[in-house]
Design a binder for this molecule. Structure first.
Ligand SMILES: Nc1ncnc2c1ncn2[C@@H]1O[C@H](COP(=O)(O)OP(=O)(O)OP(=O)(O)O)[C@@H](O)[C@H]1O
Ligand SMILES: [Mg+2]
Length: 452
């Protein structure tokens, strides 16, 4: 905001007649003599106790148009512009008043102008044609009335002042707007950079998570294979030293003991074989084309493959009109085989083991398949770990703990999700969300059945 400055009382008189300059000075420089109008005002309203003091104007003279233009130019350059110029229309031998005014405004567009003329040198139309219709121009006919000149000077210098204030205000606003715009641009830049940083950070996080998962998997794998491998090596080493003793005739082989040691080695080898097979499932599943998969068909296959683990369990299928899903057939089979194997294992000691499979199109484009059993359930402290590779609660040598991590990998590969809910002692429910297939149905496929 600009601080208020002293009012501009500078006036330029441009006239070739020397005497006129004296007249203007007399009228404008000295405080006004009390007039008949003042007297009337005092008589009517009483004289004001603190009438504002009129300090008069500062009057400058130019005797030709060119001189006036030069003075206005200097005044602007020095930062002391004139508020108003009285310009005579006829100023031989130089520029006439209208041309002078046109050029004065080129130097100072805020300058208020009074054109003084004794007779009609120009019509109003001619003047506006040359100068344009302007709010800054007034015409004053000679001979002047002193009061009229003084009133004009007051009114136009006041107008100049108001104009200046509004210009300043506009400048202030422009500066404020440009400052805000600058701040906004900076803030936008900061936000864009933060978003960029964040995206990079997220990418690094995902990469770090992948590396961490891979690290865990390989560490687990090394550990899982190391144990049975140690058993195999110890057994084979023992066998060889026993055979050496026998060959040297120092020792008689104990066939029973030898058989036991061989069994240990075989158990270890079997464990490694299972881990390797589980891992081969991953690679086997990779690269299969994703097509329309009928849930009933894959469940048939999965159920027969899991029959050993399902034992006595009653399996109920309630698929109603669930649509086909999108994925690879071997992948889907492996996914339900993993879930059914686990459900069968969990229900092996349940009095009336029961596994219910339901499928519904819950939200547009997605099919929710539930596998619910009434088995042991999952301890709350294990819920967060069951999808980890090698996590198992089975006794040593029975499971690799890779079943659910394979299931998880398959579901993610199809773009779906899997979650679990369980009450220990009452059973577990696995919910798999799979994308609905958009491919057309094969003519022979059935969409619902129930079997046990
Ligand atoms: N339906 C279920 N009911 C109870 N616990 C379950 C069920 N499904 C999985 N779990 C728990 O999750 C663990 C991990 O399951 P996962 O299938 O990954 O490995 P596993 O079954 O132990 O071994 P593997 O699948 O190699 O035979 C299981 O050991 C068990 O504790
Ligand atoms: Mg399992």
């Amino acid at each position: 905001m600009n601080a208020p400055t002293a009012a501009n009382r500078r006036i330029l008189v441009v006239d070739d007649n020397q005497a006129i300059h004296q007249d203007f000075r007399k009228i404008l420089c000295s405080p006004p003599a009390s007039t008949a109008l003042d007297a009337m005002e005092a008589a009517l309203f009483g004289s004001p106790a603190t009438a504002p003091v009129d300090p008069g104007f500062e009057v400058d003279s130019a005797f030709q148009g060119e001189e006036g233009i030069a003075k206005v130019k200097t005044a602007v350059a020095e930062g002391r512009p004139y508020a108003l110029a009285f310009v005579d229309i006829r100023m031989p031998p130089g520029l006439d008043g209208v041309e002078t005014v046109r050029r004065l405004w080129k130097e100072d567009e805020d300058l208020q102008v009074v054109l003084c003329s004794a007779y009609s040198d120009y019509s109003w139309e001619e003047m506006t044609q040359r100068l344009g219709l302007s709010q800054r121009l007034l015409i004053l006919r000679k001979p002047f009335d002193n009061i009229e000149v003084r009133q004009l000077a007051h009114a136009l210098s006041e107008k100049w002042e108001l104009l200046r204030q509004s210009h300043n205000r506009l400048e202030d606003l422009k500066r404020e707007v440009s400052a805000w715009t600058g701040e906004l641009a900076l803030a936008n830049e900061r936000i864009a950079k933060e978003m960029d940083d964040r995206a990079k950070l997220e990418l690094r996080l995902v990469q770090a998570q992948r590396l961490e998962a891979l690290g865990r998997l390989t560490a687990g794998l090394a550990h899982e294979i190391n144990n049975p491998l140690s058993v195999i090596m110890a057994s084979v080493g023992f066998l060889r030293s026993e055979l050496d003793e026998q060959l040297a005739g120092r020792h008689q082989l104990d066939a029973g003991e030898m058989r036991e040691v061989c069994s240990d080695a075989l158990m270890g080898a079997d464990r490694i074989l299972r881990i390797v097979n589980d891992f081969r499932i991953f690679s086997r599943l990779d690269g299969h084309p994703q097509t329309r998969v009928d849930l009933n068909e894959v469940l048939d296959h999965a159920q027969s493959a899991a029959s050993y683990n399902l034992g006595r369990a009653q399996v109920v299928r309630d698929l109603q009109n669930a649509p086909a899903v999108q994925g690879s057939e071997p992948g889907m089979e492996q996914l339900f085989l993993g879930l059914l194997n686990n459900a069968g294992y969990a229900t092996q000691n349940t009095a009336e083991p029961r596994i219910v499979i339901t499928a519904r199109e819950r939200e547009e484009g997605w099919v929710m398949v539930e596998v619910k059993d009434n088995g042991t359930g999952i301890a709350p402290e294990h819920l967060g770990r069951i999808f980890d590779p090698f996590f198992t609660t089975k006794p040593p040598g029975t499971g690799t703990g890779l079943g659910l991590s394979i299931v998880y990998g398959i579901v993610s590969g199809f773009g779906g999700t899997i979650e679990v809910e369980s009450t220990p002692g009452q059973g577990a429910t696995f919910r798999v969300k799979l994308p609905r297939s958009t491919e057309a149905a094969a003519p022979s496929s059935s969409s619902s059945s129930s079997m046990s």
